[in-house]
Write a protein that binds this ligand. Structure first.
Ligand code: ADP
Ligand code: ZN
Ligand code: ZN
Length: 731
């Protein structure tokens, strides 16, 4: 008896066994390939499933097996390698396999819709259009359309990537209405030629490249630890070139959607190849289309954020993970995977090299280097001899501060602007003030749904919760005692901006946080302005620390270094060292005298001094040793189980009964149930269990136990729970 083993695209942890469709020949069933979609009955509805295998045995009573309804695909939608990766991820992250495989599907595919013929549309100029160009008729009336028409004529055709990225739909359709251009159906073709010559590498870069080149046909994990501006991206480009020459695809992962324009630009300037972007900013239909381009091998270079680690590449030859330390690679809801770790596993399954690049590699990666699993390459100097910025602290104890700025920092800003250079100020809190308190009775504005204080946003006159997004009108008197004497505490970027605007009238000032720079387009506009190199002051959050190049910045000010010094989490020191190194790295890429000033109340704190005196590469070794003494990751393992419930008792009770039944002993410690560091968020109480062990196998066994018990216990009042393997935050 032939059995079809299926994963249902839904949050169910187990596989399901079914019988083949009624009246399907045995031979035909044998030929069904894993990775095709199948529609199967489930309760009183039908669901889309993926075939995992055709087998002859089942643990289910055979009389209870049902026939599937319909075979949806002839050929697998997902290659064997990718299916293997998904199965690995489902088991490693203790996540329902159907949902993991769904992460590797486009939305159409998930819904079981047919996969249509892959065609592309390009715009071409009609003969009437060519005639119009010759006579210069259109230019006077519609300059935008005229330049677009000229561009299409000059390039022969323009593809749909161009439409969304560079010109508005309306210009295209206006020209179409005038019958000057037309939309033509074409089949995507493979183009991969190199446009520009590779740059001559310096000695250090050459060594890295040749070492990776030696292993280019098989799996090896390479780590490039190169200081900011040391030419890592240039090495990536040459690796891409080598891979394209072999007719293979390159998957380039970047941490942030905001970095795509910059990266795509740099890659597209170099190669005449089809570049496909994969990120959350795509519409469903664009994503479907891109997905097909990748899976059918038309695209050569895939540039994407986290979820692109599942891109359906059909001829993958190289994976590059840029800024591999970045915590954005870890998905923080639903399927909580690390895209970096998945990428490494993927390279292993596909037997291709993978490169993890960063100026500040994660300790996980450095441990793998230490144990010789990964090959380490180091670039310690900046290209062109620019020196790394010089770090000093500003002792702000008892100093007057204005908008969070000391007079020493203000003077330094003035000097820099006077010299015609640019300044970057880092403050990791948006809004105007982080707390509003009554000076008479002590009342504090808190979020109704979370255990946090509301942030004051002055421009929009509101109080906003940065955790659940709830907002309320700004109040002018205390709701408790009616006093109008309200105090603002805790400085956010808006307040710093206000003070900077007062102090530097006439200077260009940009505030760079998610309120002001909400999307990719706004970031592009900002970058355009900043790279014109006029003196300016940038004030921003983390957003500024990530990968962007600001060649004109020669002074970086960190307004509140102390907020990094006392993190809640065991990763605090690592994060601080990474953040300060990355923010500092924005400075002086082309200059020899760039400075980083850290404002602190703790200039003598040993870690503050270490940050100032040591390189990340030295510092990270100490931090790693320290983790070892406490069996903390990466020298120990953590798995977190959290329950979010409307009533505190539900989550607590749920976790308690799991903990009791699981009876975890031996080399795994079970801690909890305990409330999370933020015990309530968005109206839900958060309780957690934490598993901690030095032994990976044991901790996963324990997690399997927790999950299988958790699946069986009835959940009261719509309680949610999840498991997080290798959590990046445990508080
Ligand atoms: P990273 O990625 O390490 O920050 P990049 O690759 O962006 O460094 O290099 C920094 C700058 O130096 C870029 O403007 C890049 O074009 C330039 N560059 C990199 N390698 C070379 C080289 N070998 N010769 C000349 N310029 C280079
Ligand atoms: Zn009051
Ligand atoms: Zn809230």
């Amino acid at each position: 008896m032939q059995i079809l083993r299926l994963a249902v695209i839904s949050p169910m942890r187990s596989f399901f066994d079914y019988l083949p469709p009624v009246r399907m020949a045995e031979k035909a069933v044998e030929n069904l390939q894993p990775g095709i979609r199948i529609r199967a009955p489930f309760g009183n509805r039908s669901v889309v499933c993926i075939l995992l295998e055709v087998t002859l045995s089942t643990n289910i009573d055979k009389s209870r097996l049902k026939n599937v309804l319909e075979i949806l695909d002839e050929t697998p939608l997902i290659r064997r390698e990718l299916l293997e990766l998904c199965n690995w991820a489902a088991s490693y992250y203790h996540h329902p396999p159907g949902e993991v495989i769904a992460a590797a599907f486009s939305s159409k595919q998930r819904r079981g819709l047919p996969v249509s013929e892959l065609v592309d549309y390009v715009w071409t100029v009609t003969s009437l259009g060519e005639e119009t160009i010759k006579q210069g008729k259109i230019a006077m009336r519609a300059p935008k359309q005229a330049s677009l028409l000229n561009l299409i004529s000059k390039s022969g055709f323009l593809g749909r990537e161009y439409i969304s990225n560079h010109a508005s739909h309306s210009s295209f359709y206006a020209l179409k209405k005038k019958k000057l251009i037309t939309l033509e159906k074409v089949f995507p073709k493979v183009l991969s030629r190199s446009k520009k010559q590779d740059v001559a590498l310096n000695h250090g870069q050459k060594q890295v490249l040749s070492s990776i080149k030696n292993n280019i046909d098989s799996f090896k994990c390479h780590v490039i630890e190169g200081v900011t501006g040391s030419g890592k991206t240039e090495i990536y480009l040459q690796l891409i070139h080598l891979t394209l020459k072999q007719q293979k695809q390159v998957l380039l992962l970047i941490p942030e959607i905001n970095l795509t324009p910059q990266t795509v630009l740099r890659v597209s300037e170099r190669f005449d190849a089809r570049i496909t972007e994969l990120h959350s900013g795509l519409t469903d239909s664009d994503r479907d289309y891109s997905w097909r381009l990748v899976s059918e091998g038309y695209s050569d270079i895939i540039i994407g954020t986290r979820s692109a680690c599942f891109a359906p590449c059909s001829r993958l030859g190289m994976i590059i993970v840029d800024e591999e330390h970045d915590s954005s690679y870890k998905q923080q809801d639903g399927f909580r995977y690390s895209a970096r770790d998945i990428a490494v596993k993927r390279a292993q399954i596909e037997n291709c090299p993978i490169v993890l690049g960063s100026a500040t590699p994660s300790l996980e990666t450095l441990l793998n280097v230490r144990s010789d699993r990964y090959l380490h390459h180091e670039l310690t100097e900046r290209v062109g001899g620019a020196s790394l910025p010089n770090l000093t602290t500003i002792d702000i104890r008892e100093k007057a501060l204005s908008g969070g700025l000391s007079s020493t920092l203000l003077r330094a800003i003035k000097n820099t602007i006077d010299k015609g250079e640019q300044v970057l100020l880092f403050l990791n809190r948006r809004g105007y003030a982080t707390q509003l308190q009554c000076h008479r009775c002590g009342w504090i504005a808190e979020c109704e749904d979370c255990d946090v204080r509301m942030t004051l946003h002055k421009k929009t006159k509101e109080l906003r919760c940065h955790h659940c997004g709830k907002s309320a009108r700004l109040i002018l008197s205390c709701p408790n005692c009616g006093s109008k004497n309200l105090l603002l505490e805790g400085i956010g970027t808006q307040q710093t901006e206000e003070k900077i605007r007062e102090a530097f009238k006439g200077t260009i000032i940009h505030r760079v946080d998610s309120d002001n720079i909400p999307n990719k387009a706004a970031m592009e506009k900002l970058m355009e302005s900043v790279t014109q190199r006029r003196p300016c002051i940038l004030i921003g959050t983390q957003m500024l620390a990530k990968g962007h190049h600001f060649p004109g910045v020669t002074l970086v000010g960190v307004l509140d270094a102390d907020s990094l010094l006392f993190g809640l989490d065991f990763r605090g020191e690592e994060r601080m060292a990474q953040l300060i190194t990355q923010v500092s790295g924005r400075a002086g890429r082309e200059s020899n005298k760039s400075h980083v000033l850290l404002q602190t109340h703790h200039p003598n704190h040993p870690f503050m001094q270490a940050i100032v005196d040591q390189s990340y590469s030295t510092l990270s070794k100490y931090i790693l040793d320290d983790r070892g003494t406490r069996d903390l990751p990466p020298l120990g393992y953590l798995i977190l189980m959290r329950a979010d419930s409307k009533y505190q008792a539900d989550g607590e009770h749920f976790l308690k009964s799991i903990a009791e039944r699981a009876n975890i002993t031996g080399d795994v410690k079970l801690i909890g149930p305990l409330p999370s560091a933020m015990p309530r968020r968005a109206g839900k109480y958060r309780n957690q269990l934490l598993l901690h062990s030095k032994n990976r196998t044991s901790i996963h066994k324990a997690a399997t136990k927790l999950v299988s018990i958790g699946d069986k216990i009835t959940k009261r009042n719509k309680m949610n729970w999840f498991i997080d393997v290798d959590p990046v935050e445990i508080c």
